[in-house]
Design a protein around this ligand. Structure first.
Ligand code: GLU
Length: 311
């Protein structure tokens, strides 16, 4: 049933006339065709269901903020929450307005300012390549795939044009909210956003969140059940920027989007899902990826308000 359902969804999305706009502010992302659509679903029994361009790599962009948060929590524990809050921002992903009003402490780890503050903790005392290496090692081990890498052209393209992110980082530095050096923190941030993965790899990397923080193969904890719950709560409330409420309303699953057009969504106890379509809504979330998740979650009855019987 699931295979037929996602094949139908992929077929519909492949021909959808309204596909949104690919991100243009990062020149390398502007080159990606909006024609792509891919979906991968790993269910709790370990089975993989894929359709469309599920094995094509794309730039995961802000989906990386979930992995960076895991890495920072593992390395620094609760100290992370001194740097960043846990409230939805209701503002655009790259907004600077709240930072002044709230003394440089970003609202949450999934807006750009918050993610840069989290990455600063990972970068602290390290060369950029060590910080990038730590995030990449985590992503590879979660996905069980050592071929995953950073797309150097995307990282370079964002570094060459990332004036807003540089402004956010410098502004936070002025409040002492990031320890800097700003250049190092930004290098790590741009490279983590430029990690390239397919839907299949991304859905595999999200499996620990469907299993309350446990590695699906060894059963060992990657994060505690409480931490997995908290990360999922942030994904539900903050994972789609100023469209997070709408996403929770329509889909009802913890999820994180990226301007590369990818979305990682978790149906706790049931599935880890990755979708990719590069055209974005005005809020910077994949237009068809969101539509596909609406259709899938509705058809399967997968939402956090309708938990599986075993949970
Ligand atoms: N690298 C992007 C930026 O900082 C991430 C934004 C996103 O994916 O939402 O602008």
């Amino acid at each position: 049933m699931l295979d037929t359902l996602i094949a139908d969804i992929a077929a519909r999305m492949a021909t959808a006339p309204d596909r949104g706009q690919v991100a243009r502010y990062i020149p390398e992302l502007a080159k990606v065709s909006p024609a792509h659509f891919g979906i991968a679903v790993v269910t709790a029994d370990g089975r993989e269901h894929v359709a469309g361009d599920a094995d094509l790599s794309f730039s995961i962009q802000s989906v990386s903020k979930v992995f960076a948060l895991v890495e920072a929590l593992q390395a620094h524990g609760e100290r992370v929450w001194q740097r960043v809050g846990r409230e939805p921002s209701g503002s655009a992903f790259n907004s600077i307005i709240q930072l002044e009003l709230e003394q440089g402490r970003p609202r949450n780890p999934f807006i750009n300012a918050g993610a840069i503050a989290v990455t600063d903790l990972i970068a602290e005392g390290n060369e950029p390549r060590e910080g990038i290496g730590a995030i990449l090692r985590l992503v590879r081990s979660l996905a069980g795939d050592d071929t995953i890498n950073v797309d150097g052209a995307v990282a370079y393209s964002e570094a060459a044009t990332g004036f807003r992110n540089a402004a956010l980082a410098n502004y936070m530095r002025s409040f002492g909210m990031i320890a800097g050096p700003v250049e190092t923190t930004l290098q790590v941030y741009f490279h983590q956003c430029a990690i390239a993965m397919s839907c299949r790899q991304l859905a595999r990397a999200g499996r620990f969140l469907m299993h309350a923080g446990r590695c699906p193969t060894s059963g060992k904890p990657i994060v505690s059940p409480e931490r997995a719950r908290r990360i999922a709560a942030l994904m539900l409330t903050c994972g789609h920027y100023d469209a997070s409420g709408e996403f929770a309303f329509e889909v009802g699953l913890p999820a994180k989007s990226g301007v590369g057009g990818g979305i990682l969504a978790i149906a706790p106890g049931r599935a880890s899902i990755a979708v990719w379509s590069p055209g974005l809504s005005p809020q910077g979330n994949s237009l068809l990826g969101t539509k596909a998740l609406e259709e899938l979650s509705r058809a399967m009855g997968w939402n956090v308000f309708n938990p599986p019987p075993a949970c």
